[in-house]
Each structure stands twice: as structure tokens, then as C-alpha cells.
Write a new protein. Structure first.
Length: 149
């Protein structure tokens, strides 16, 4: 049987342990980034299709499938711009690749990049029409969504 002193010591220790839990700003509910939006890019010998064609700004995960007859590299650049935001390596026919980019509001061209290590290969046009991705507005945070970082 436990005495009154033992019970008092146990209760005091439990009270100290409970006051140490939580509190402070270390575990404060901070805004989490928005969940990335998935975009599919389909390449054939004539054009690049982007689906969906419009997303909200933030992280965009782009899954690319090359269904053309030759290896293709894909680049994402602001519409009318000359500097690519991202470029993939060569994607073999019937193969897939994925890139994630952080996009702001605006229009972006998804097109084929120059393949090959020689100037002649780089200057040869592929003849594949580029696709268009429109980025609008602001995406809300992922707070309140289960299983999100």
C-alpha cells in the first residue's frame, strides 16, 4: 500500500510532466505550402498536349509521356521568353518523365528542347507544336488536409 507522501510525490511529478508538454511556438499551427497540382503532358509527332490547360500558381508536378517516334527533351518557359525554367533530359519514345516546378501567374510554353550535343542537332527544328499552360491566381494552403506535409 502506498502512503500519502508517495501519492503526493507521484501527483507532483505528473503535474510537472504535463506542464512541460505543448505550449510555446515550436509546435504552433503554421501555414503549410499548397499541395502540388498534377499536369499531364503528352507528346506525339505533331504537337504537345497539356492537361489541364489552366492551373493555380504554386508547385506544379508535370508528368510527361513521349509517344512520338523519336527521343524528345521538354522545356517549360514563360510565353514569349527565351530562358527555360526547366528542361528535361532526352525522353525515349514510349517513355515517361516527371518534373516539379514552382510557377507564378502567367502563360507558359511547354515545348521540345533542342536534342543532341552538336550545333546542327540543336538547330534542327522538331516540327512539334508547343503546348500552352496558363497559371492563374493563388492556391490555398494545405492546412486542414489529412496526410499532407
Amino acid at each position: 500500500m502506498t502512503g500519502p507522501r508517495t501519492r503526493l510525490a507521484t501527483l507532483s511529478l505528473a503535474a510537472v510532466a504535463l506542464t512541460a508538454c505543448g505550449g510555446g511556438t515550436h509546435f504552433a499551427d503554421q501555414t503549410r505550402p499548397a499541395v502540388p497540382v498534377n499536369v499531364s503532358v503528352y507528346i506525339n509527332d505533331q504537337k504537345i498536349s497539356v492537361s489541364p490547360g489552366s492551373v493555380t500558381s504554386g508547385a506544379v508536378s508535370i508528368t510527361i509521356t513521349n509517344q512520338s517516334s523519336s527521343a524528345q527533351s521538354v522545356e517549360v518557359l514563360p510565353a514569349g521568353g527565351s530562358s527555360a525554367i526547366t528542361t528535361t533530359g532526352p525522353i525515349s519514345p514510349q517513355a515517361n518523365d516527371q518534373v516539379t516546378v514552382n510557377l507564378r501567374a502567367g502563360q507558359y510554353t511547354v515545348g521540345t528542347a533542342a536534342n543532341g550535343s552538336t550545333e546542327a542537332a540543336a538547330s534542327t527544328p522538331t516540327g512539334i507544336a508547343a503546348g500552352l499552360l496558363i497559371v492563374r491566381g493563388q492556391r490555398s494552403s494545405s492546412n486542414g488536409q489529412a496526410l499532407q506535409p
